[in-house]
Design a protein around this ligand. Structure first.
Ligand code: SF4
Length: 600
């Protein structure tokens, strides 16, 4: 096969049912059209996952995908996980950082496709071309930190990278996440549960190869420029001083989910637990996802006071704020303990936190009683309650915690009594800590997002998720512009994309592809019947702050959404038109949708 620079032209395909491993090659036409990461995964998911399958059955496919910049010295590499989501029933996608994002490419693979289900708990060991399915029974229900350390010790190589699910994944908690280095999480959409459903505990990776790139000197020079610009140039200081500072509680009082969004905008309340307070109490060091990144996004610390003394972990940040601010916690030690538990148990801080916050609000309103909660009193700012519930949810202890592990939408529907009105989710995925009442663009973005609630940015960054480039690096002052990304791709692969192709054609193709997967899954329900924010946001105004009193008006939302559909090339039902699909070379998708009567 002809060499394609920036790729190895092959996926590792692992059938866990038959315990067989094979190489699945792809050609450069596929690579040019879908680029990598999410692009590869979205296409393969559409082709391989049959409509209507149970996401937690062996029929689901779990994919770990990379792009042409992984395994190089590009600063800010990510991995992309793609699967059918057990929370939404639509496309599930989640990205994460960590050293494993370079390691698999260096082992000579562009991605891994898992199918089937092992008959007992296993892990996959990849050392370059040597690939084995190994027994992992001794890791059953162990936390992510223990799992990683144990595997590294057993394998005798500290440079082996491990990515795994925690007990929540094994127990099929629908918002279980996938972790590397304990706290680097592919958190959203329930990938950890899909991993657990396949009896796959972990992947251990060691790569020693060099990814061939077309113009290494130019590539390295550009990478050096980006590092210089983002760390030395005027205006870069805030980025160098940790993204944590601008994506934590302290700077986004209006947008944050205080008490299930009932106290949104109360900056004073948010400040009780802000980054600076957490730093003063815990701070040990900052670090980045991998040695090539300069972001220093993560702050490691240790609790030094109170009942959780000695527990180490990370400060809370954006994605864990639903668990912290959402449940009303104001004690910084309890907040850090909760974050540490989310990481070790393998739980998505957004979905888990929103689900607990939903339950507390319903209890406070008298809609849930002790009879429903198994005797638990659900109150705001209750560290013991939150910490106990996290453990109970991960281990599915008791009927109430088991119900919460289904996610807020399923739990609300099961109980009934109008509880769905308070579940802050869209299409089953809980919001990602951004209040949609602040702007209609955010509200429409969240409601129409391919993966469901709370995802107003990632749909617009499809080229980043396919190149597996970190969004924070892209947004940093001095970070790589789209023009830089075009050049990185050119120097890596030798391919001349235009900026328009990379950011528009490719982006629209990817968006339509993901949308088409959801259309096929949910048909005959129209997407326009599902593309809404949680009912609460159309009813309750923002509580305080500069946006106080703002609420979503449903008619205005629908008008803005109609404009968005037109812009995307979707009809009034929210379905991509045949013309728009053809425009993005997705004719095979048209045939699939025609077959089930979408265009009749
Ligand atoms: S910018 Fe931050 S989140 Fe992104 S790759 Fe670098 S350290 Fe990781």
């Amino acid at each position: 096969m002809k060499m394609v620079y920036g790729y190895w032209n092959k996926f590792l395909e692992v059938d866990l049912t038959t315990r067989s491993i094979k190489t699945t090659p792809f050609n450069d036409e596929f690579a040019r059209k879908y680029l990598g990461g999410l692009g590869f995964g979205a296409k393969l998911l559409f082709d391989r996952v049959k409509r209507g399958i149970d996401p937690l059955s062996p029929s689901n496919v779990l994919m770990l995908m990379f792009g042409p910049l992984n395994g190089t010295c590009f600063p800010g590499q990510k991995a992309c996980w793609i699967f059918k989501s057990p929370l939404t029933g639509g496309i599930g996608r989640s990205r994460s950082g960590g050293a494993y994002t370079t390691e698999l490419k260096r082992a000579g693979w562009d991605g891994i496709i898992f199918t089937g289900k092992a008959d007992s708990l296993v892990y996959l060991y990849v050392k370059d071309n040597d690939v084995e399915i190994r027994d992992a029974k001794h890791l059953a229900f162990k936390d992510t930190q223990y799992t990683e350390h144990t595997l590294k010790q057993e394998l005798g190589d500290p440079f082996t990278r491990v990515v795994c699910c925690g007990p929540a994944g094994e127990n099929l908690v629908r918002f279980a996440s996938i972790h590397s280095e304990t706290s680097r999480a592919a958190a959203r959409c329930g990938g950890g549960a899909v991993m657990g459903s396949k009896n796959l505990k972990a992947i251990a990776i060691r790569g020693t190869k060099i990814v061939a790139i077309k113009e290494p000197d130019k590539f390295n020079d550009l990478a050096k420029q980006i590092v210089y610009r983002t760390t030395r140039a005027r205006g870069s200081y805030p980025f160098r001083q940790r993204i944590a500072r601008w994506h934590t509680c302290s700077h986004a009082g209006t947008a944050h989910p205080l008490r299930n969004y009932s106290w949104s905008g109360d900056v004073e309340e948010a400040y009780k637990i802000n980054t600076e307070r957490q730093e003063r109490r815990f701070y040990i060091r900052v670090y980045s996802c991998s040695s090539f990144c300069f972001g220093n996004c993560f702050e490691h610390g240790m609790i030094r006071h109170g009942p959780y003394t000695g527990i180490s972990g990370e400060n809370s940040e954006w994605d864990t704020s639903p668990t912290i601010l959402g449940t009303g916690l104001t004690n910084v030690e309890a907040a850090m303990m909760a974050v540490s538990l989310l990481d070790k148990l393998g739980l998505d801080g957004s979905s888990c936190g929103h689900t607990i916050a939903w339950a507390i609000e319903c209890y406070q309103r008298g809609l849930l009683t002790k009879e429903d909660t198994g005797g638990l009193e659900l109150t705001w700012d209750n560290p013991d309650l939150v910490i106990n519930l996290l453990k109970k949810i991960a281990f599915r202890e008791g009927s109430f915690a088991t119900l919460l592990g289904e996610g807020s939408k399923r739990a609300a529907k099961k109980i009934g009594r109008g509880l769905i009105e308070y579940a802050c989710q869209a299409r089953g995925l809980e919001n990602a800590a951004v209040d949609p009442r602040g702007a209609y663009s955010t509200a429409v973005g969240q409601a129409t997002s391919a993966r469901g609630g709370g995802d107003h940015l990632t749909d617009r960054s499809g080229h980043l998720d396919s190149l597996c480039v970190c969004l924070f690096v892209r947004l940093a002052v001095g970070g790589p512009t789209n023009e830089d990304l075009v050049n990185f791709v050119k120097y890596a692969t030798g391919w001349d994309y235009t900026e328009e192709e990379l950011t528009k054609t490719f982006f629209e193709r990817l968006l339509s592809l993901q949308r088409a997967f959801n259309v096929r899954e949910f048909w005959p329900t129209k997407m326009s019947e599902m593309d809404y924010n949680a009912p609460k946001f159309y009813r309750e105004p923002i509580y305080a702050g500069p946006m106080k009193g703002t609420v979503l008006d449903k008619s205005q939302f629908e008008a803005e959404r109609a404009k968005y559909y037109t812009l995307r090339g979707w009809d009034e039902r929210g379905i991509p038109t045949k013309d728009s699909l053809a425009n993005y070379d997705l004719e095979d998708i048209i045939a699939e949708l025609e077959e089930i009567g979408v265009y009749d």
